[in-house]
Design a protein around this ligand. Sequence first.
Ligand code: ATP
Ligand code: MG
Length: 442
Amino acid sequence: MRLSSYFLPVLKENPSEAQIVSHRLMLRAGMVRQSAAGIYSWLPLGHRVLKKIEQIVREEQDAAGAQEMLMPTIQPAELWQKSGRYDDYGKEMLRITDRHERPLLYGPTNEEMLTDILRGDLKSYRDLPKILYHIQWKFRDEVRPRFGVMRGREFLMKDAYSFDLDQAGARRSYNRMFVAYLRTFARLGLQAIPMQADTGPIGGDLSHEFIVLAETGESGVFCDRALIERDVLSEQVDYSGDLQPIVDSWTAPYAATEEKHDAARFEALPPERQVAARGIEVGHIFYFGAKYSKPMGAVVPGPNGEQIALEGGSYGIGVSRLVGGIIEASHDDNGIIWPFSVAPFHVGLINLKAGDADCDAACEDLYGKLKAAGLDVLYDDRDERAGAKFATMDLIGLPYQVTVGPRGLKAGVLEVKNRATGEKEELTVEAMLAKLAAARVA
Ligand code: ATP
Ligand code: MG
């Protein structure tokens, strides 16, 4: 992509409405614009990050055996009247009436809708287990939308739902999602810690929140430092095997949100392992048994013809919240520092002297070569001051900056800067390509 034609409306000044760093940087870097309180448009740069996060979430759901589908944003009120949640959900639910006076709502979650689909289409216990998911916009009319995309009213969520014949099966589905979540957040460059949590309005008794530690987090959390230091991607996972030992090893060390905090257990830890911090909830998994299948009549005939109510669980990831969450965890005074896996572009190519025939030709050549190496490139071909170009690149946080100028060209080198470490090196074209290709594979 050429910056001269890209829609990247960066702001020089700090927007006054932003209270936390991720919101400020997302506005300044031209990633989002607010349309109404808690409702955002995703501009091209922000949209690229959102799609990359979504894709990692999708790959890990698929690997864990979940199947992607897509349910609508608008739901009939009738489904929620059947489960008994229509009145309970209260003012957070956006209720709509169509031209025929039929009550509809903008879905805040999809337990009812999917339970209803399975109710009609599962014929036998042999059709189970199933885990289905979609990545779809949700609406919750939050009292206090704030912090940009972190607490929006319209937000993108991955929500999965599992259906099993019995509790042991439901536990296996829960464990699959538990492990998939650990892997997903790690691939996004985040250390997310599973914490015992309150089950809230969805109910049930087995529930974990996945929390990223950050000063601006909305929840108080307590955990054993051992959990912060673990690297899940170095651990082998076989989804066809028994996942219980992995889940046990992650849930044994102490970790809880303030609602579930057990001060005695926490204080029994050696002081250097006691971490009391704030955190951002990026995912939440629940086992809720027959909570929806019973009232909605989602039953299947078992082996002896008996009627078995489906055992369910639900599993959410805040895809749009994660964009802000990753920035909270990874930025400096100059701007965002994207982990390679979700960066909107991997490389920013900076032409220090746009209009100079040699610089232009060298940059065009590099632009082609970088793209051919499978890298996403943003080429700053604008006729702008060098300082402004560097500031924009630092602000938008691409992992690598490759700078081409007349002096380097004469010497046969270009400058490569690592955004995260600030380290700069002069490399030949071949050495630079090898270095970035290696970063892509890592
Ligand atoms: P919270 O406690 O933050 O209000 P929740 O417990 O109501 O969230 P869940 O029903 O567990 O949310 O939804 C699953 C995930 O969706 C959450 O873990 C979070 O990452 C995301 N999410 C929930 N509400 C919002 C929101 N208003 N804006 C952005 N993401 C959200
Ligand atoms: Mg939650």
